[in-house]
Design a protein around this ligand. Structure first.
Ligand code: ADP
Ligand code: ZN
Ligand code: MG
Length: 476
């Protein structure tokens, strides 16, 4: 049977983090009462004129620089004409022949091999409003709060071959736009949306197959499932002698399938033409250079640095670098004298677990880098054992108290006083004469039992090294 391979290209819409809309002064805030953030411009009243938001252009340029694109010093807005109730003007202001950014690429890491996914373009456009069909049996509503919110559309080349690669690509983009502060990446609220173009072809074939476009995937899990489903569906159609129809399909999360929504429109259907109300965007290189100079360190660079300077394992470095707030928290801890590897272990283990449970970011936590550094010092000095530190850490997380205070209040100081431990051990050995005899007869694994008993007796506070040493002396 013929083997097929998939070809995928993604179109990502990312809402820009400007305070105001792209062509008017209305707020872009999420979650307000419907139609409270509108004005004559974004509701498409006759006679109004749009005024471009400079920040929005800057954010797209910043993204283009972070993604290795060519920045066009001359670009232009175009009208994309279509009718829909959430689009009061009857056209969307977008960019067509002259986008802000062209080319570029994103690197994804698939089991240690780096793959470059090419970018076609990044352009700037306005969002539409939202139709609401709930709340009344015989009418629908339109909320225009989102109309005119600035979006950038990032279009990839058809370089993606699997659902997993597609997810990695979107994750990498999300991390990047969050790092450079141009988009909050919130997929649930729709600040980052992904459409996927998919086709299949016989393995090794030159030509692309007919593609479908899948919309409505608002989580990584859905992207992966929808693409897996669609690839299998297309292969099955071809194997059964059918043909793929070029169309737009919707991901139905409940049924776990993609469904046909409408036949695909072509660019000429939109009657694009340059927007006569807006002048072309023109800037010189010094402006772009300024944006480049102020760019924060990007995730891949941080990851490499964590590996090379602090000997952090690749997977851990990737995890620490995946959120800017996490990476900076880690850097701060190390700068204050925390051992990088210990800090990394605490962060990726206990800390992230607690943060995930509460679903908050590290910089919203009560524990600050200083607190972890102080706790690590208590372990180093032998004041607390690594095991007790887990209790201390959890308490610090819950209350925001300093490690030293918790240790004092809860009486958690490690027992390293030999005579105190000796009497506990003597008692134990006296009570367990049987086990002592067995041990002496060669049952070495009973050592664990004795250590465990001492720990139980001292509520985990005994210095484990000292317990081992004393036991060996007494049993030897
Ligand atoms: P359209 O004209 O239908 O909008 P474009 O050529 O503009 O198509 O491409 C839109 C997206 O679809 C891009 O991300 C591109 O990489 C991807 N794409 C184009 N052709 C294919 C194909 N045959 N299979 C999968 N993806 C494709
Ligand atoms: Zn407005
Ligand atoms: Mg197109």
């Amino acid at each position: 049977m013929i083997q097929y391979e998939a070809v995928i290209g993604l179109e990502i819409h990312a809402q820009l983090l400007t305070d105001t809309k792209i062509f008017c002064g209305c707020s872009t805030g999420f979650g307000s009462e419907p139609n409270t953030q509108t004005c004559p411009v974004c509701t498409g009243m006759p006679g109004v004129l749009p005024v471009m938001n400079r920040k929005a252009v800057e954010y797209v340029v910043r993204t283009g620089l972070a993604l290795n694109c060519d920045i066009s010093s001359l670009s232009r807005f175009a009208r994309k004409n279509y009718f829909y109730p959430d689009l009061p003007k009857g056209y969307q202001i977008s960019q067509f022949e002259f986008p802000l950014c062209e080319g570029g690429h994103v690197e994804i890491n698939g089991n240690g091999t780096i793959k470059k996914i090419g970018l076609t373009r990044i352009h700037l456009e306005e969002d539409a409003g939202k139709n609401i069909h709930e709340g009344s049996a015989n009418s629908s509503f339109v909320d225009l709060n989102r109309a005119g919110v600035p979006l950038m559309e990032i279009v990839s080349e058809p370089d993606i071959s699997t659902a997993k690669e597609a997810v990695d690509f979107v994750k990498k983009l999300r991390t990047t736009v969050r790092y450079i502060d141009v988009c909050d990446g919130n997929m649930e609220q729709g600040s980052l949306r992904c459409d996927a173009n998919v086709s299949v072809r016989p393995e090794g074939a030159e030509e692309f197959g007919v593609k479908t476009e899948i919309k409505n995937m608002n989580s990584f899990r859905f992207i992966e499932k929808a693409l897996d489903y669609e690839i299998k569906r297309q292969i099955k159609v071809l194997q059964e002698g059918g043909r793929i129809v070029q169309e737009t399909r919707l991901w139905n999360a409940e049924k776990g399938i993609t469904e046909s929504m409408r036949s695909k429109e072509e660019a000429h259907d939109y009657r694009y033409f340059p927007d006569p109300d807006l002048v072309p965007i023109e800037f010189d290189v010094s402006w772009t250079d300024g944006i480049r100079a102020n760019m924060t360190e990007l995730p891949d660079v941080k990851k490499e640095r964590f590996m090379n300077e602090w000997d952090i394992a690749e997977q851990d470095a990737e995890l620490l670098a995946s959120e800017r707030s996490t990476a900076e928290w880690f850097e701060e801890t190390v700068k204050m004298g925390g051992d990088p590897k210990s800090a990394c272990n605490w962060m990726k283990g206990d800390f992230m677990k607690l943060l995930n449970e509460e679903n908050i970011q590290i910089d919203e936590s009560r524990i600050k880098p200083r607190d972890l550094v102080d706790m690590l010092a208590l372990i180093d000095k032998g004041t607390i054992s690594g095991k007790i530190a887990k209790t201390v850490f959890e308490e610090m997380y819950k209350t925001g108290k300093k490690a030293g205070i918790i240790v004092e209040e809860k009486g958690l100081v490690q027992i390293s006083d030999a005579s105190g431990l000796e009497s506990i051990i003597d008692d134990l050995l006296a009570k367990n004469a049987d086990a002592v005899n067995k041990f002496k007869a060669g049952e070495n694994k009973l050592m664990g039992f004795f250590v465990g008993q001492v720990m139980k007796e001292t509520k985990g506070k005994a210095n484990p090294g000292m317990v081992n040493e004393l036991l060996r002396k007494k049993l030897g």
